[in-house]
Design a protein around this ligand. Structure first.
Ligand SMILES: *[C@@H]1O[C@H](CO)[C@@H](O)[C@H](O)[C@H]1NC(C)=O
Ligand SMILES: *[C@@H]1O[C@H](CO)[C@@H](O)[C@H](O)[C@H]1NC(C)=O
Ligand SMILES: *[C@@H]1O[C@H](CO)[C@@H](O)[C@H](O)[C@H]1NC(C)=O
Length: 229
C-alpha cells in the first residue's frame, strides 16, 4: 500500500497539468458575438403620436446600434443575425457588460427601455439564446452561440475546479522547487566539505611526514656524531 501512494500523486500531477492546459483555452480566448434574434416593443416614449421611434442598443463605452426596422408597436421583428447592423456587441471574456435598449429623443435625453448586465453566462439555453422581457416595454431575444461553452453549468464548476487545480499545481511546483534547492545545497555542501577534509588530511599527512623526516635527521646526526666521536 505505501508503495502505491507516490504513483497516484504522480498521475494526479500529470492530470492537473493537462487539465489546466486544456481548460485554459476556451476560457482565455473567448470571442463571442451577440446578435438580436427578435424584438417586440410594447410602447414608445414619444410624446407626439405618429412619430416613428428610433430604437437602439448599446453597451457602456461602445457604439450605438440602431434597429432601422423597428418602428411599430406590438409587431414582432425577426432577424437572422446577419443584418448589416449586426452584431450588437462582442464578449472577449466572461465579464459582463452594462447594456441597454434605448429610444432616441429629439428634445430631451434618450429614453430607456431597459438597462441591465449582459453576461456570457446568460446565454445558457441549448441554442445560445437569451430572452429579455420587460412588462409594457419590450420583449427581445438575443443570440450568442459561442457564449455557450463558457456559460454552461459544467464549465462553471470546471472553472472552480480549474482554479483549485491551479492552486494545487502551484503548491506542488513550490514543493518540488524547495526539494530541488535543498538537494542542490546538500550536494554542493557535501562536495565542498569533502574537498576541505581531503585538503586538511593531505596537509596533516605532509606535516607528519616532514616531522618524521626532521626527527630522522636529528637521530642520524646524533648517530653520526657518535660515530665520529
Ligand atoms: C465605433 O464607430 C466608429 C465610427 O463610426 C468606428 O471607427 C469604431 O471602430 C467603432 N467602434 C466599435 C467598437 O465598433
Ligand atoms: C399590444 O398588445 C397588447 C396585448 O398583447 C394590448 O394590450 C395592447 O393594447 C396592444 N397595443 C397596441 C398599440 O396595439
Ligand atoms: C418573448 O419572446 C420570446 C422569443 O421570441 C418568446 O419565446 C417568449 O414567449 C416571449 N415572452 C413574452 C412574455 O411575450
Amino acid at each position: 500500500m505505501p508503495i502505491r501512494k507516490p504513483r497516484i500523486s504522480k498521475v494526479s500531477i500529470n492530470f492537473i497539468v493537462f487539465g489546466v492546459f486544456l481548460s485554459c483555452f476556451p476560457g482565455c480566448i473567448l470571442s463571442a458575438t451577440v446578435t438580436l434574434g427578435s424584438i417586440v416593443i410594447y410602447d414608445t416614449h414619444e410624446f407626439i403620436k405618429g412619430v416613428k421611434p428610433i430604437v437602439y442598443f448599446t453597451c457602456q463605452g461602445e457604439n450605438k446600434t440602431v434597429f432601422p426596422d423597428v418602428k411599430e408597436k406590438n409587431v414582432s421583428y425577426e432577424f437572422k443575425g446577419e443584418e448589416s447592423w449586426q452584431p450588437l456587441t462582442e464578449f472577449s471574456s466572461k465579464k459582463c457588460k452594462r447594456c441597454g435598449l434605448y429610444e432616441k429623443d429629439t428634445f430631451k435625453s434618450d429614453d430607456i427601455f431597459d438597462e441591465w448586465e449582459l453576461c456570457p453566462s446568460d446565454f445558457d439555453s441549448s441554442d445560445g439564446k437569451y430572452v429579455r422581457f420587460k412588462s409594457k416595454e419590450f420583449n427581445a431575444s438575443f443570440s450568442c452561440p459561442k457564449c455557450l461553452p463558457a456559460a454552461s453549468p459544467d464549465s462553471k464548476s470546471a472553472t472552480v475546479a480549474h482554479k483549485e487545480e491551479k492552486k494545487n499545481g502551484w503548491h506542488i511546483v513550490l514543493v518540488i522547487l524547495i526539494v530541488v534547492i535543498v538537494l542542490v545545497v546538500c550536494i554542493v555542501g557535501g562536495v565542498v566539505a569533502h574537498k576541505f577534509w581531503q585538503k586538511k588530511k593531505r596537509e596533516q599527512d605532509q606535516a607528519r611526514f616532514l616531522k618524521l623526516f626532521d626527527d630522522g635527521d636529528d637521530i642520524e646526526e646524533e648517530l653520526g656524531l657518535d660515530h665520529v666521536i
